[in-house]
Design a protein around this ligand. Structure first.
Ligand code: HEM
Length: 100
C-alpha cells in the first residue's frame, strides 16, 4: 500500500473549515497587495502557504511568531500540523482526480 496522498480537498480544506469565517474578515498585507485568506480555497491557501506555515508553528519554542494561528493560545494539534507540513512538502496537491 502506498502512503496516503494528502490533498487539499480531502485533508486541508476540512481541517481549516472551522477557522474560515474569522480569517475571511482579516486583510493580510503582502508585497502584491492586501488579501483575505480563504482557508477553504486552494489558490488562496497556496498563495499564502509560507505565512500559514509560520503562523501555525508560531507557538513552538524557537519558532515563535508575532501572530501565531489560531489565535488565543490554541495551537493546532500535532497531527494536524504534521498534515499541513506533509501537504506542503508533497507539493500542495489539490485532489486525487486523474488528469483529463
Ligand atoms: C488554522 C487556522 C488559521 C490560519 C491558518 C490562519 C492564518 C493566518 C495568517 C497566515 C495570518 C497572517 C499572519 C502574518 O503573516 O502576520 C493571520 C492573521 C490573523 N488571523 Fe488568522 N488564521 C487562522 C485562524 C484564525 C482565527 C480562528 C482567527 C480569529 C478568531 C484569526 C484571526 C486573525 C487575525 C486577527 C489576524 C491578524 C493579526 C494581526 O495582524 O494582528 N485567525 N492568520
Amino acid at each position: 500500500m502506498p502512503d496516503k496522498i494528502i490533498t487539499f480537498d480531502d485533508d486541508i480544506a476540512p481541517m481549516f473549515k472551522p477557522y474560515r469565517s474569522p480569517m475571511l474578515k482579516i486583510g493580510i498585507a503582502t508585497a502584491d497587495g492586501v488579501f483575505a485568506l480563504d482557508l477553504t480555497d486552494y489558490e488562496s491557501v497556496k498563495f499564502l502557504n509560507e505565512r500559514i506555515t509560520i503562523a501555525l508553528h508560531g507557538y513552538e519554542p524557537g519558532r515563535e511568531s508575532t501572530n501565531p494561528m489560531p489565535p488565543g493560545g490554541t495551537p493546532l494539534a500535532a497531527d494536524k500540523l504534521q498534515t499541513w507540513d506533509d501537504w506542503v512538502a508533497g507539493g500542495m496537491i489539490k485532489n486525487n482526480s486523474p488528469a483529463v
